[in-house]
Design a protein around this ligand. Sequence first.
Ligand code: TRP
Length: 339
Amino acid sequence: MKKTVLTGIRPTGNLHFGHYFGACQNWLKLQEDPNYEFYLEIADIQALTDNFDNPDKVRYNVREITIDMLSIGIDPKKVHLFIQSKIPEIAELTVIYSNLVTMARLYRNPTVKTEIMQKKALFGHEGESVTYGFVGYPVSQAADITAFDGQLIPVGEDQLPLIEQCREIVRKFNAIYGETLKEPEPLLSKNPRIKGLDGGEKMGKSLGNGIYLADDDETIYKKVMSAVTDPEKIHKNDPANPDVCMVYYYHKLIGSHNLENICKECKHGQRGCVNCKKELVTNMLEFLKPIHEKRAYYEANPDVVDELLIKGTREAREKAMKVMKQVRHAIKIDYFEND
Ligand code: TRP
């Protein structure tokens, strides 16, 4: 029996290098493993929990994220790529699970707590305006996972409290209604945090330090030229420490071919930062070239993108309907169902 791998992403912006090296590279490996059945969810309903006032943004980014995924090589023949809102079973499960979670437990979820505090404009300074939907999104995420019998959940560390809460819901469900649901396990990515070119500990949309896979050549040039280098290095021929330099960090990340030389020359004051940055730009553009070519293809062929999403969503729905049937049976609301 194949193990089911499931993960999701909120469509609130394009994929950046942090996503790619922190998560997507791992997905590309998982999709090649014949031992896994891989579901990849574009979590538009979850994105709406903190973007309910901006549906255009979510709608636009469902398409953008899909094109990003296809461009990096996510293969719809190997992965069920689908849109959350097109699987009504997820909504149905969310309602059912909401009886199995206390308010106190939801308010204690560290990930949700942190997010509420970060979103002051939306939820108030003390979180006093937080919505039922946002506090409850771990329940919806538990539905995302269990609707497909998700067993392995590739996520970053910040998501562990959500997986834990899903496991609790599954255990409670099974204890009350009988063994029905599978308990998922997190699959932590080894490369969890990608630093920004500004030296920030994490690259993120909200931090404004993202380098996006869809960035054009000029944007990449500008971003790299403004990268933080060793602050002790003043003159072009000063020796410097590559380990505190973001340009070197990115040379390493994308696997620049001449890495050893870069390091040596930098340490011996034989490498000016401007040249080093220009070389990084060249290497990054080379890395991005096949991704940009595929993006151009999908942008020019929107029908192809639609068809792939429709196919992935149909496959995902088939699975969710099967699980839903078992759940309805377990809680004795399987009225008028024949088998
Ligand atoms: N909460 C996840 C994030 O913000 C996205 C997500 C939605 C998810 N549904 C999921 C992750 C199911 C794993 C499993 O990154």
